[in-house]
Design a protein around this ligand. Structure first.
Ligand code: R5P
Length: 289
């Protein structure tokens, strides 16, 4: 087993390599003056089972992932397992209006071409795995999120909306904490409304758990409402921390005491490791023992 890292996968690839006692192969990655990407494997991959790790945000990392798959294919790797910690485009998982693409499917149909299997972490909706023409698996960092929240002494876990309840429930179960959900209505791309559902949060340590934080609007609005209802502390934890347009500051200014994300993407609060979940998924898929 060998591991190869893309530009948005170096830290996770190192952690996966360490856990599997697998060498991370050296790779040259650079850009031509016009911005096009260049990759070159600097070690043999012939007859090796290779795990390629790269998130696909921004778009140039998607192209880089396709180039690395091609390089491994040409180098005659025995098998290629493409691990995408953060699968960008997963949120457009159906066509909402006439004329739209289903981005999660369109990108899956590119990523499946030169790989034997695909693994991603906590996808927004699991049904997107069905868009791949090769076996596709979801890894999860729910246990690691629960571990981070345990250190804060959280006793109530909330999902920001009903759709996110399954993930919050899994975290709550591991913590032995109560679980509930908020009522969220999205107004615009950055604004949401939280219905003031009475949740009995007074003097409690409350966590909001979501799959991803983008602008921070969801968490900031929820945290402000929970503090208004008397929560002693509010924590936010997610798998994918995009924090676009000052999203992290927005959350911290809302009254949220602490925020953490898994390290599927690089950001200032990427404190929760996703590699253990990836290794569990690789084991469950029979890729490694
Ligand atoms: C939505 O379904 C997701 O689970 C997140 O709640 C959402 O994408 C967060 O976006 P934002 O941080 O911009 O409110």
């Amino acid at each position: 087993m060998k591991v190869v890292a893309g530009s948005a996968g170096e830290k996770v690839a190192r952690a996966v390599g360490l856990a599997l006692k697998a060498e991370v192969l050296p790779v040259e990655r650079r850009r031509f003056p016009d911005g096009e990407g260049y990759v070159r494997l600097l070690a043999a991959a012939k007859d090796e089972d290779v795990v390629l790790v790269n998130s696909t945000l921004p778009d140039q990392n998607l192209v880089e992932t396709l180039l690395l798959q091609d390089a491994l294919h040409r180098a005659r790797a025995a098998t290629i397992t493409t691990v995408v910690p953060y699968y960008a485009y997963a949120r457009q998982d159906r066509s909402f209006q006439d004329g739209e693409t289903v981005s999660a499917q369109a990108v899956a149909e590119l990523l499946e071409l030169k790989t034997d299997r695909f693994v991603t972490v906590d996808p927004h909706k699991e049904h997107i795995l069905g868009f791949f023409g090769v076996e596709a698996h979801a890894a999860t960092c729910v246990p690691e999120i629960a571990e981070w929240l345990r250190k804060e002494g959280v006793d109530l876990v909330l999902a920001p909306d009903k759709g996110a309840l399954e993930r919050a429930s899994a975290v709550g179960k591991l913590l032995g904490a109560d679980v509930d959900h908020l009522e969220k209505t999205r107004l615009t791309g950055t604004e949401v409304r939280m219905a003031p559902k009475n949740l009995n949060v007074k003097d409690r340590k409350v966590a909001i758990v979501d799959d991803l934080i983008s602008t921070g609007g969801t968490i900031a609005t929820a945290a402000a409402e929970l503090k208004r209802q008397g929560a002693a502390n509010v924590y936010a934890a997610c798998t994918h921390g995009l924090f676009v347009g000052g999203g992290l500051d927005r959350i911290l200014q809302s009254g949220c005491d602490k925020v953490a994300a898994a390290d599927t993407l690089e950001n200032a609060v990427a404190e929760i490791p996703c590699a253990p979940g990836i290794v569990r998924a690789l084991r469950a898929a029979g890729v490694v023992r």
